[in-house]
Design a protein. Structure first.
Lengths: 171, 806
């Protein structure tokens, strides 16, 4: 690393302010995985097609393999490790979509899973939980990510399952 | 929680870590490791005339550069031919780093090691390799013509001629009331797991031992290969498959060059070294499958019963044959499917081309076999004007014909003898599930909307669970925890759950107490690997036998303590108890403590087993023939494979404006014997069908005539997203295998096998034009329908006479 090509960035990752000094060419995916040790974000294609590396930047899904780490300076990033919430008793409460993935067998090898979870979590958080979730909405939500194991049927089922849980919670 | 969990849809235990980002895949390991990158050939066939590394040397962070000249001893020799076969007369393999000649784009030439991957790629980019280009062979027809040779000492490009015959086919064909002959093609696809390959190696300079993590389907054999190639004693090498992000066959190949080179560098440098494959590398330097040309002649009678079948296959094995002729053998032997074929002859010529090697991808030669047989059935039905289902039914092996001996030799060197099945039963369920008999009404309804609708079906029989063996180890600890291990590896099949279910059921312990480890040579050193739908059959049965051994010992020890006969005892919820006598019991964890006579009480529980606590002076503390500990190791080694079966049907709707092919219904009937976890089996079917659809409509490896892979990225290689995968309806049938203690058959590959055949049949039915090359795109379908040379099906001509379109 050298001074003229490195930058120190400050970024809120999963709710915690973090500082990292990274080369300007460092991909966000590599910075999260290798500089911050958050290896839950996976890299499947490195050209923005598969979606395994999807994280949320200020709440919106982005492909972290198509973004430079320096671009998130001053922003908030949520990775799969940040989807669960503290239960205020020292433990964690899984996000409904995480629970739903296990319940519906929506993952097999698990490599693409973090990208699906972040994408779907963002999609579900942005909608009115009381409204009926349509199949078209589900197709839109999962349609940009590749999975080689499941054939998607159980992933789509899990989105409905998570939405139902969030609807119940909202009551 | 009940302990009788065999057959229940138990939620997966591995998911707890995977859904929170705490999985541990290859590139998650060794955050401080040096990184390797490779200079790979940009030419499909060329002689290397020079390698100039000068410009790379001043890259800050460069650690080492290796070329073929740096390889010594066994590393300088060609990579192993993993599965030798007498008919593989011209086996050829490359070197870990290319020596003199490269034979496909992507072949590794130089390995660079640097402080991180970015720097390693910087250095690799500065290395200049010069080449003298050589003539390139692409495609089975060019290989067969042999105007150029991939290997100069194999001028006809034929690596192997695999031939099997069950009788004298020619006189039977000559005497058959009818015959027909045709040629068809199937293209290349690939496993394409979401996680590519990867290797991490750490050399302990004090202990002089090597630990390797690799994203493999066969850790024990990788270990043996590394020990052999790097001149290490086997006990100084341990190999672990961590969480693996999908395999689908490509990771059964080993040792990959990188699996040897990364450990070699780790030892030489005394440092941790890691290589994680990028997606382009995976396209051009791992493995593909499927490409074949099939020339088929079939004899049959006026009722559509087959009298003889003669098949000649040209199989593209790519530039080298490290995995032998397994894929051709499987095509040759699984082609006969669920049918009685009175006389069968098959020859598969496995040919070299200047392309990536061809090794098993889920299905491993079976999708091609099914495509050959099922499309033959379709042609017979068309010629005779019969229902395609009826022709199949007339040829099916009947339930009273098992065991059914096809007189063929399978991929494991064992006879193809079907152990059990009910193929007419599959057919009844399939027709019901898809609505076969209502298809004409659907066709008319679609035609009224201006759409072409067609239906197709395909049946298969799949040899699963080939040997030679797998093992299992079950150990109960004094804490009550039950450790289970097996040597084969996992890539998402849910082994931690399914194997725990087996142990919970066999041993009578809560599943929460069970911990399963797979693919770690530290825990289990003897194994074959995960391929050919064999993990549940092989390790599942081995683990069941090991659990039964533990149970027997536990009952024996408990019988002594409780002063009852062992046959009066049962184990439930981790408690050994006298049947029907509440209170007379001992926890299994206490039995585990007592099983190990002690001198030292290292904790409270251990006191029970120390020498002044136990009092029977008449016997030695450890009886003759016994061993301390409540554990058992056992192996399952089958006489031959067990044969699963199934039937798929697809209904497609085609828009004559865009020629887009929409699968509006996809039905699966599946028989894999007794099922350990139906949720997991259905998941396997869903995933397999998606790959079948991909192989039928989207996925192909597009090589140009120069051997350049034109679509080596996810942008251009069309893997199905959710929008491309139809909803699947599934029905089950269970004919247990009589060959193994649990009565199970493999389920991993089944879903992919009939996809290409069933979808080709449905498209042909929809457009009335013969489909003889798959996959097929909307553009190709448009061209086919428009071409004056395309062959019209007899069924479509008959429909036209009746005034129905297409």
């Amino acid at each position: 690393m050298s001074v003229d090509t490195d930058r120190t960035i400050t970024v809120t990752v999963n709710g915690v302010p973090r500082e990292a000094t990274v080369p300007v060419r460092r991909l966000l995916s590599d910075a999260l995985r290798h500089d911050l040790g958050l290896t839950g974000t996976h890299v499947g294609c490195e050209h923005g097609v598969c979606g395994a590396c999807t994280v949320l930047v200020d709440g919106d899904p982005v492909r972290s393999c198509l973004m430079l780490a320096v671009q998130v300076d001053g922003h908030a990033v949520t990775t799969v490790e940040g989807l669960a919430r503290d239960d205020h008793r020292g433990g964690q409460v899984l996000h409904p979509v995480q629970e739903a993935f296990r319940e519906c067998h929506a993952l097999q090898c698990g490599f693409c899973t973090p990208g699906f979870l972040t994408t779907i979590a963002a999609g579900l958080e942005k909608r009115d939980p009381a409204a009926e979730l349509t199949d078209e909405e589900v197709d839109d939500m999962v349609g940009g990510n590749l999975c080689r194991c499941t054939g998607y049927a159980n992933i789509k089922k899990a989105v409905h399952h998570a939405a139902a849980a969030m609807k119940d919670d909202a009551r | 929680m009940t302990t009788k969990l065999f057959g229940e849809p138990v939620r997966r235990r591995e998911d707890a870590r995977l859904i929170i980002g705490k999985g541990r895949y290859l590139d998650d390991i060794g955050s401080n490791a040096l990184a390797a990158a490779f200079v790979r050939s940009p030419h499909a066939h060329a002689r290397i005339t020079g390698i100039d590394v000068e410009a790379a040397l001043d890259v800050e962070g460069l650690v080492a550069i290796y070329t073929y000249d740096d390889l010594t001893g066994p590393m300088a020799e060609p990579l192993p031919v993993l599965i030798p076969h007498p008919q593989l007369t011209q086996p050829r393999t490359g070197h870990a780093l290319a020596r003199d000649v490269v034979r496909h784009v992507g072949e590794a030439i130089v390995m660079v090691v640097a402080t991180d991957r970015y720097v390693a790629e910087d250095a690799a980019e500065r290395i200049v390799v010069t080449y003298e280009e050589l003539p390139v062979v692409v495609g089975v027809d060019a290989a067969h013509e042999a105007k150029a040779a991939v290997h100069p000492d194999v001028p006809d490009n034929v690596a192997a001629r695999h031939r099997q015959e069950t009788g004298d086919v020619e006189p039977v064909l000559a005497a058959s009331p009818r015959t027909l002959s045709f040629t068809q093609y199937i293209e290349r696809s690939a496993s394409m797991p979401m996680e590519g390959r990867g290797v991490h190696a750490k050399w302990d300079t004090d202990d002089r031992s090597l630990r390797v993590y690799t994203s493999t389907q066969a850790s024990t054999s990788v270990r043996a290969a590394i020990a052999a190639k790097l001149d290490l004693s086997l006990d100084k090498v341990e190999v672990i498959a961590p969480d693996v992000g999908g395999g689908f066959g490509v990771k059964i190949v080993h040792p990959w060059p990188e699996e040897l080179l990364v450990p070699m560098a780790a030892i030489a440098l005394g440092a941790e070294v890691k290589w994680a494959e990028d997606r382009r590398e995976h396209f051009i330097s791992s493995a593909h499958e499927r490409q074949q040309r099939q020339d088929i002649t079939v004899g049959y009678d006026d009722e559509g019963r087959i009298t003889a079948l003669d098949v000649h296959v040209l199989h593209d094995n790519g530039a080298y044959t490290p995995y032998g002729i397994i894929v051709p053998i499987i095509t040759a032997t699984q082609l006969v499917g669920p049918y009685v074929i009175p006389v069968y002859r098959v020859q598969v010529d496995s040919v070299y081309t200047n392309t990536v090697i061809v090794t098993p991808y889920r299905g491993a030669g079976r999708p091609q076999a099914c495509y050959a047989m099922e499309r033959t059935m379709d042609r017979i039905a068309d010629e005779l004007g019969l229902d395609r289902a009826v022709v199949r039914e007339r040829n099916l092996i009947q339930p009273d014909q098992f065991p059914y001996d096809h007189q063929l030799t399978f991929q494991d060197g064992r006879p193809v003898i079907y152990d059990s099945g009910d193929y007419p039963g599959l057919m009844v369920k399939l027709k019901e599930l898809v609505g076969w008999d209502e298809a004409e009404a659907l066709r008319s309804e679609a035609a009224a909307r201006g759409k072409h609708l067609g239906i197709g079906m395909a049946l298969y029989v799949e040899g699963t669970g080939p040997g030679p063996y797998e093992g299992g180890h079950v150990q109960v600890l004094g804490s009550g925890k039950v450790l289970v291990s097996t040597g084969l590896t996992s890539q998402g099949q849910g082994h931690e759950t399914a194997f725990a279910q087996i142990v919970a059921s066999e041993l009578g312990v809560p599943i929460e107490d069970i911990e399963v480890t797979t693919g770690d040579t530290r825990r289990f050193g003897y194994a074959v690997g995960t391929f050919a739908s064999r993990a549940a059959v092989m390790s599942g049965n081995a683990i069941a036998l090991a659990a039964r051994g533990v149970r027997e010992k536990a009952l024996r020890i408990a019988a002594d303590v409780l002063e009852v006969d062992a046959s009066d005892l049962e184990i439930d919820e981790g408690l050994v108890q006298v049947k029907g006598t509440p209170g007379a019991s001992i926890p299994l964890r206490t039995v585990a403590v007592l099983s190990n006579p002690l001198r030292y009480a290292f904790d409270e529980a251990a006191k029970q087993a120390t020498q002044f606590t136990t009092h029977d002076d008449s016997k030695p503390p450890v009886a003759e023939g016994d061993a301390p500990g409540l554990e058992h190791r056992d192996y399952y080694s089958p006489l031959r494979s067990t044969f699963a079966s199934g039937a798929h049907a697809a209904i497609v709707e085609i828009d004559p404006a865009t020629w887009e092919i929409d699968i509006v219904k996809y039905a699966v009937v599946h028989d894999c014997g007794n099922v350990v976890n139906p949720m997991i089996v259905e998941g396997q079917v869903h995933g397999g069908v998606a790959q079948g659809v991909g192989g039928a409509l989207y996925e192909r490896m597009v090589y140009d005539k120069d051997g350049q892979l034109q679509n080596a990225s996810y942008m251009d290689f069309l893997m199905p997203y959710s929008s491309e995968v139809p909803d699947v309806v599934i029905d089950h049938q269970q004919t247990p295998s009589p060959l193994n203690p649990l009565g199970i058959k493999g389920a991993g590959e089944a879903g992919v096998i009939p996809g290409t055949a069933a979808i080709a049949s449905a498209i042909e039915d929809a457009v009335g034009r013969r489909i003889a090359a798959m996959p097929i795109s909307p553009t190709e379908l448009y061209d086919l329908v428009r071409s004056p040379d395309s062959e019209r099906t007899a069924a479509s001509s008959r429909r036209a006479e009746n005034g129905v379109l297409a």
